[in-house]
Design a protein around this ligand. Structure first.
Ligand code: VGL
Ligand code: ZN
Length: 213
């Protein structure tokens, strides 16, 4: 698959708290860093996202007395999975992985800062209605296809890919450049959603091979 000048690489939430040793560690989360580094030169445009929660965020189990991480809670917008405290604004856990070097990135999009709403997707918060502005940015910049990598495959990467499709952008998830949380069938669920929404899955080798084509 050939990368074109109007394509954009979206590196989702490659942050310390989603890497081994972090508060919401994803198995092998740090392994996406060298793969993203290999992909980066293919793209003229790179955007980073950063999960960026207020300390009292309502997606944290700690904000719900008697509840534990990975249980569900009812929010104004429906059911919400509760997480360990993670990616709190200004903490080291919220920083990008120290090895991540995407100096050409043109935008860092922060999400999940409203205490009452979580935001898995880089485009819409979990009420599925509050826009982050990323859709407008991508449209205004004239980008057309959205390629996604990062953490976590079955949450923030997946929801972002589905919303990209909802906004009419072709969305391509680079599978080996992601790692999953895999909670209660979340991987098979997101892949069923991908199939229905027309999200494409590729591997980094499918993109890197173009150099030899
Ligand atoms: C994420 C759960 C909570 C993610 C963020 O980046 O996939 N998952 N916050
Ligand atoms: Zn979060």
């Amino acid at each position: 698959m050939e990368i074109k000048p109007h394509d954009v690489l979206l590196a989702i939430d490659v942050q310390n708290d989603f890497c081994p040793g972090g508060q919401l560690a994803v198995a092998g989360g740090d392994e996406v860093v060298p793969i993203i580094h290999k992909l980066e030169p293919l793209f003229e445009h790179v955007i980073l996202t950063q999960d960026w929660h207020a300390p009292n965020h309502q997606s944290f189990a700690s904000a719900h007395p008697g509840k534990h991480p990975f249980e569900q809670a009812e929010m104004s917008y429906g059911a919400q999975t509760l997480w360990p405290d993670h990616c709190i604004q200004g903490t080291s856990g919220a920083e990008f992985h120290p090895d991540l070097k995407l100096t050409r990135a043109e935008l860092i999009l922060r999400k999940g800062f409203r205490p009452q709403i979580d935001s898995y997707s880089a485009f819409f918060e979990n009420d599925r209605a509050t826009a982050t502005g990323l859709g407008g940015y991508i449209r205004d910049r004239g980008f057309r296809r959205v390629f996604l990598a990062g953490l976590a495959y079955d949450y923030c990467v997946g929801y972002s890919a589905l919303d990209a499709r909802r906004l009419g952008f072709p969305a391509i998830v680079i599978r080996d450049a992601c790692r999953a949380i895999d909670l209660n069938g979340s991987v098979s669920q997101i892949e069923a959603d991908f199939a229905e929404a027309g999200v494409d899955l590729v591997n980094s080798s499918d993109l890197l091979d173009q150099r030899h084509a």
